[in-house]
Design a binder for this molecule. Sequence first.
Ligand code: PLP
Length: 364
Amino acid sequence: MTTGLSLDANATEPLRPEARAAVLAALDLPGNPSSVHAEGRAARRLLEDARGAIAARFGGRAQDVVFTAGGTEANALALHGLSAGRRVLVGATEHPAVLRAAPGATLLPVRADGTIDLAALDAALAAAGPALVCLMAANNETGVLHPIADAAGLCGRYGALLHVDAVQAAGRAPLPAGADSLALSAHKLGGPKGAGALLLRPGLDPTPLIAGGGQERGRRGGTEPLPAIAGFAAAARAATDQAAARLAPIRDAIEAAIAALAPEARFPGQGAPRLPNTSAILLPGVPAETQVIALDLAGVRVSAGAACSSGKVGASHVLAAMGLGGDAACTIRMSLPWNAPEDSVERFVAAWAAMREQVTRRAA
Ligand code: PLP
């Protein structure tokens, strides 16, 4: 058990107690959901309950929910499975789970506030012919929400498909209407790691990435990880948009306090609609890695832009696409978890102020 203050929920949310209980209960179900005998049928019932819960929580029909191993696989399935004969257009600030699943895709620019440039999307669609557009509902580094309804309107006009990476938005903000497919991840909404889903518009049938034994209506082979899926469904039920909205005043108070004590600080994306829990905090001249380490030593855990698998901090392509130049490397991400303590403002601001004092003294 770690102590201190973890404000890195966009990397992964703490496990919700409802999800933990559901995982443990499912571990005791011995059957394979594909078996026809009684144990198999009991496992199948739990699987289909979970499918129904995800559909009810995020919209759509249960039979159009394809369980995957997480958000990365859900995005890869959409990009692999829906792109035949289509030019792929992706936002410049998408997660690597999307960017690396779409080699050769056309990158769509964002505006300085991080939202997609709709005029550029319009022009790209006009030039592309049949297209698959991929945009994130909410950005993992800044929390900025793209105008998905407007993008969906443009895609509809050109007959393009729209895939939305809703991994960060699900459970924190209402999901936008108009997408042809949505990617979700259990651990980003307080469920266990190892489950996710692709939600499809009725009638869409992606080519599978993994054919296997024909599970998930032939869309994703492999025995379903029932404990992770049961935990995913329990977390989805518990993660209400209203509860997440509680975090916005905490985030806003943190930004206001930092702005008051450090006039040089900036908050990329602050002017755009954002997730309630996320703040990108830029301290000019101080590498993000230095800030993250100093805060960690003070017991406060945040991240430098996106956490990448190697644990190394690279320059953020998100902030670079927003035109931040060298300052992109001086920005940390603070993301409040669903159970953020009420005194998060005082504790974070005190640690941040001490960190700034320390790095400024060292530089002098
Ligand atoms: N999409 C976004 C926007 C993310 O932030 C992440 C994870 O950080 C992913 C996709 C990948 O999800 P997962 O960790 O479930 O593979």
